[in-house]
Design a protein around this ligand. Structure first.
Ligand code: HBI
Length: 357
């Protein structure tokens, strides 16, 4: 199978601006390449992806959809990297059996009927805009089976929920070391932006007095500065946007990962990174983490937006067996399992395409 993966349009792969979907593109590309498929990735200038061929495209990045209101008109910069990426796809489509879109934008959906090569769309967030809901719904009914998502909870946010294929996620477990003896610290991972609710984790650190290690890309500087101003005494340390090797070494030393999503987190790749290190996950029971964490077994699910709930769960961490966390990651979130789910999805699209002719 020859695949062309069209990356997210909000930042180069490897920059962290694309959040969890960067990891998904990287993992799918590596795993399917491992299986002997021809994989090319089209992404904004500055993207790096190891041994996988990346076609770097110039142009202005898209505005992150989660920063915009639900019902604004479609916005595209003049020299749009997204438009340039899809111009490349149009010109080279004949070389590929399937094109896979990972951008959460109107254009790729709109262009789908104009292409000869079939296009699969992996949607990486819950419903954020009326225009995406509408155009993706049209594609879902015109090209059944071509919309993929992470979780049921994410699918449920869309009017076309029943048309979505739930693919879950996965990571290269060999990159994550199990740690049985944590230090007196907690972790928070992710893009530092309002929808991630970091302030609640900082508040919980202040109440419990347990140091909080914060890792991830500062996407919204004002938001980060406000947290620092609001919690000057909180025992927190920002470690930066780390490589997986450094991230898992720090994460493994933590008593738990705190997840505080304000939105319906589509998946929460950071949750399976923690489990892979043997780190229990304490998360608001919202979105993807609600389908990942086995409450009381591999972490705790807490009433959304309840800092007291986080504090109560932190007090119960001794109930959790850290080995059970690693075992869940191995059972459910391996790269092999993820690769098979995507490969099966792609083949079902090609089979139905052939069936049409
Ligand atoms: N916003 N417009 C737009 N396009 C994307 O591809 C996009 C986004 N916001 C966030 C995002 N992608 C990723 O960080 C998440 O899908 C994980």
């Amino acid at each position: 199978m020859k695949l062309l993966l069209m990356s997210t349009s909000v930042g180069p792969l490897g920059s962290g601006l694309g959040g969890g979907v960067e990891l998904t593109v990287l993992n799918i590309a590596f795993e399917l390449h491992q299986r002997g498929m021809k994989i090319d990735v089209v992404a904004p200038m500055g993207s790096v992806l190891g041994k996988i061929t990346v076609i770097e495209i110039a142009g202005e990045l898209q505005i992150p959809a989660q920063t915009l209101d639900r019902n604004i008109p479609i916005v595209m910069p003049g020299d749009s990297v997204l438009a340039n990426m899809w111009e490349y796809a149009r010109k080279n489509q004949a070389e590929y059996d399937l094109i896979v879109n990972f951008a959460y934008d109107w254009l790729p959906f709109y262009l789908t009927p104009f292409f000869i090569t079939p296009i699969a769309h992996f949607i990486s967030m819950g419903s954020l805009s009326d225009t995406i809901d509408r155009i993706a719904g049209q594609i879902a009914s015109q090209f059944p089976g071509t919309i993929g998502v992470y979780t049921e909870a994410q699918a449920a946010t869309f009017p076309f929920a029943s048309e979505c294929k739930c693919l879950g996620s996965g990571i290269d477990l060999s990159l994550y070391q199990f740690c049985s003896q944590p230090e007196f610290q907690l972790a928070w991972l992710g893009r530092i932006a309002p929808e991630k609710g970091l302030e609640d984790a900082v508040a919980a650190a202040q109440i419990t007095g347990i140091p909080l290690k914060i890792m991830g890309k500062i996407q919204d500087e004002n938001y980060w500065q406000k947290i620092c101003a609001d919690y000057p005494q909180a025992p927190v340390e920002y470690l930066g946007f780390l490589t997986t090797a450094k991230l898992q070494a720090e994460l493994g030393k933590c008593k738990a990962l705190l997840m505080t999503p304000r939105w319906v987190e589509a998946f929460g790749n950071v949750a399976i990174e923690a489990l892979a290190c043997g780190v229990p996950v304490i998360s608001y029971s919202r979105g993807g983490p609600g389908e990942i964490v086995r409450d009381g077994q591999t972490g705790f699910l807490v009433e959304p937006d309840s800092v007291d709930g986080l504090v109560g769960a932190i007090a119960r961490l001794d109930e959790i067996n850290r080995r059970a966390c690693r075992q869940q990651a191995e059972a459910e979130y391996s790269l092999e399992a993820l690769g098979s789910r995507f490969e099966h999805w792609f083949k079902s699209i090609l089979d139905s395409k052939l069936a049409k002719h």
